[in-house]
Design a protein around this ligand. Structure first.
Ligand code: HAM
Length: 421
């Protein structure tokens, strides 16, 4: 029987795995520069955590969550995103009391039962950051600028940052009502929109079918209460003064219900790029809704596969520092043990300084392969080529008697003897 990876999942092998690691290292560096510390939370949680946080009438909860019962009948779900888990951990470990500012970042796989297509997977990687305890515009601006700094550092020259405000509990209901009235008078809404008009009229705005059909839509910005308007203006001003470009997009809404005030999305503007590379916003009520004391919060997450694909489309050069690759070969089997011990010493950096210097020439990282037994020297050198060796060390009987081995530069084919004892 043959097994394949489940639909909508993918293996990351060689270059793809390297790219993910490169992007995650880049995110980690930028998050740490902005003083975020890492949190690792479980890949599954109580399903109710996500239902309560993300909202029952969202696509994620209605159609996309992987829910299962464990052997004791607990209803669990694979995490579809990281915000709910971060808030759960914040409350469970009373992090607001322990940290001067709770600024956390995470990275790892998320799971959504979506229809797979380019850039849309059922298991995908996110890197995200959440900032708790600051209700002021600088926190929103910090999150948006950090997100765009990651994308720019990943080599994306063309990014399109969309911004909107969804207001708060005080001002949003009037806008929702206005949208309901507006769409109720329109003929021929698609099936999804007709169904969600009652529960979630905002989602009609970003419907791929109905969204673009209407040009004179009501705009949330006109409904913002004085506090939300001041906040939105404050965020815009900080972005402008920091040189972070954006466009206000009145149709921008989010697929998760926890947002208040600022929301944003960053898209790549390379050809064909419509999907968001990263998205987020403010969610001032969620901590309280999950049982904590009122705590303002703002955050974002980026989709790693999408960022990697966008960087490739823009021909961004990602120069991950590559280790010096050294292959250890044996001519004949009599020196196999000596070669093994030498290779292990080289990996652990246990050799005498002049020997290390002759082989590694100051390279900060090395990767050592071999020795492999029972192969002719010729086939070992072929293996060294496949491995991509920069240098090959050959243990030969004559040289070893003189306390030496042969060091071969795989690029220039030059060989020289080096003393190892
Ligand atoms: P989201 O918009 O659902 O927000 O996801 C964030 C990013 O994850 C998207 O912009 C996209 O790049 C990527 N993504 C989402 N679904 C998929 C998929 N099926 N395949 C590939 N990539 C995908 C959130 O998850 C929020 N938790 C963000 C946030 C953090 N808001 C506040 N804090």
């Amino acid at each position: 029987m043959n097994f394949n990876a489940p639909r909508g999942t993918h293996d990351l092998i060689e270059k793809d795995a390297e790219n993910l690691r490169y992007l995650e290292t880049l995110c980690r560096k930028i998050f740490e520069k902005w003083n975020y510390s890492e949190i690792c939370f479980p890949t599954f949680e109580d399903a109710g955590l996500f239902t309560r946080s993300i909202g029952e009438s969202t696509d994620i909860i209605e159609k996309e969550m992987y829910v299962f019962e464990d052997r004791k009948g607990r209803k669990l779900a694979l995490r579809p995103e990281g915000t709910a888990s971060t808030v759960r951990a914040l409350l469970e470990h009373s992090l607001m009391q322990k940290m001067p500012a709770a600024k956390l970042f995470y990275m790892g796989p998320m799971f959504r039962y979506e229809r797979p297509q380019a850039g849309r997977y059922r298991e995908f990687y996110q890197a995200g950051a959440e900032y708790f305890g600051n209700s002021e515009p600088p926190a929103d601006a910090e999150i948006i600028i950090a997100a765009s700094e990651i994308l720019k550092s990943a080599g994306l020259k063309k990014i399109d940052t969309r911004l909107n405000s969804l207001g708060c509990k005080a001002c949003r209901p009037a806008f929702r009502q206005e949208l309901k009235n507006y769409f109720s008078s329109k003929e021929g809404l698609c099936e999804d929109c007709s169904n969600r008009l009652e529960k979630n009229p905002l989602r009609v705005l970003d419907c791929k079918i109905d969204g673009p059909r209407f040009t004179d839509l009501p705009q949330m910005e006109k409904f913002l209460c004085p506090e939300c308007k001041k906040h939105f203006d404050g965020v815009k001003e900080l972005l402008e003064k920091s040189g972070c470009g954006y466009t206000v997009d009145h149709k921008l809404v989010r697929g998760l219900d926890y947002y208040t005030k600022t929301i944003f999305e960053i898209r790549g503007s390379a050809e064909g790029a419509q999907d968001a590379l990263c998205a987020g916003g403010r969610y001032d009520n969620l901590v309280e809704e999950l049982g904590g004391s009122p705590t303002p919060a703002v955050g974002f997450a980026l989709g790693s596969e999408r960022v990697i694909a966008a960087a490739q489309k823009e021909n961004a050069v990602w120069n991950a520092s590559r280790p010096l690759k050294v292959f250890v070969a044996v001519s004949g089997e009599s020196l196999l043990k000596e070669a093994f011990v030498f290779a292990a010493g080289l990996r652990r950096s246990n050799l005498a300084e002049p020997v290390k210097l002759a082989i590694c020439a100051g390279a900060p990282e090395i990767c050592v392969e071999g020795p492999v037994a029972s192969r002719s020297l010729k086939s070992q050198l072929k293996l060294a080529d496949k491995f991509g060796a920069d240098k090959t060390i050959i243990f030969g009987e004559d040289e070893y008697k003189r306390g030496a081995v042969v060091l071969r530069d795989m690029k220039t084919q030059e060989q020289k003897e080096i003393k190892i004892v």
